[in-house]
Design a protein around this ligand. Sequence first.
Ligand code: HDL
Ligand code: ZN
Length: 420
Amino acid sequence: MEEIIRKIIDDTKIIDIHTHLFPSEHTHLCLYGIDSLLTYHYLISELFIVYDQISIDDFYKLSKKEQADIIWTQLFILRTPISEACRGVITVCNKLGLQKHIRNRDLNAIRLFFDHMTSNPSKIKTYITDIFKMANVEYTVMTNQIFNHDEITLLSKTSIFSNLFKTSLRIDKLIFDFNGSLEFISQYNYPKTSVGIKNYIKFWYNKLNPEYFMASLPYDFFYNCDDDSEFNESSMNYNQVLKHILIPLAIELNLPIAFKFGTQRGLNPTLGDAGDGLGNASVESLALLCRNNPKCKFLATFLSKVNQHQLCVTARNFPNLHIYGCWWYLNNPSLIEEITNMRIEMLGWGFTFQHSDSRVLEQLLYKWHHSKEILSKILTLKYNKIIEAGWNVDEDEIKRDVSSLLKDSYESFMKKELNF
Ligand code: HDL
Ligand code: ZN
């Protein structure tokens, strides 16, 4: 049974519903190669747990190669690369056939391989396609920050992507810095009003054909649906932005809202992207959002392990809610196993098993490989249990079920009619 399940999982196409990957047209935003893998922000925070020969500020002033050299020495040579993010780098090299260089611990030989694979723009395009194929990822939904000058400059030039990339409208700034968002759009000749904001968002909706709105919400986010306080357009609080802008727009455009709860941004600001933490968030707020807005679809994931059981129960209660993935600090084998077991036991196949959240192209190889190992172990046990109970399953049914967890539940939810 285990062999059959492992092979089915390996052969099943994946939709990676949230990553930070970009097509090669997005130049400096499209990250790949060993130095990007080694300077992943997860590894930077792990470096400074054990390393004190340079300040964090001075580390960030170094070149990416110099940063990678330090991380390689400190976390791979002087210490066994045992953490999930360290092991991921090894898995990537293994999958790319670099076993000899890994055995020799020869970082420069590894660099030469990646340089060779990406030595010109057409090779980079081929390489991206090859990595998606190796990871069996049919497509990913990008993180397109439409309130970021750098990103919309690139998006204005190239908004037609290969079928490997679908888009999203990432709107954290709209919700938590409405005044700043008005300033932002005024630089593109939109009036600093709610109508201006809605027209700006509709411009990108029409240009990008996004899958969903997305925003990460801090752990102390609390949805207050009764907030009928007077608001003036230049200083809306986040509840007013949800009530008067985002949710009406999501319903008008029939666009789901993907909320990621539980961040604690800037826990250690010196570390930059590597310095964010997490907090126990308000699952009740998600339930209220779903209950008060039955015509709006919500996708949700929570960053804290503590919230996972209540999230499962909430997902049982609201047909307009779909939960997905083991996000960020939950994307570790021990936690993926506990959370996925709970979700199968309480939601059946009605959730999306994982998203990789990859920032560097080749992370698709390790993040999915590591997660699929866990899924294989879980499903072997679960199928043996149902067979023990007297229900026989054939390979086609297992293929159907696995496909639900890796892509079909998401696509079914996105097509679901909310007519009740
Ligand atoms: O807000 C997000 O989408 C998070 O995934 C952050 O980008 C975070 O820094 C991250 O990369 N987590 O994996
Ligand atoms: Zn992310």
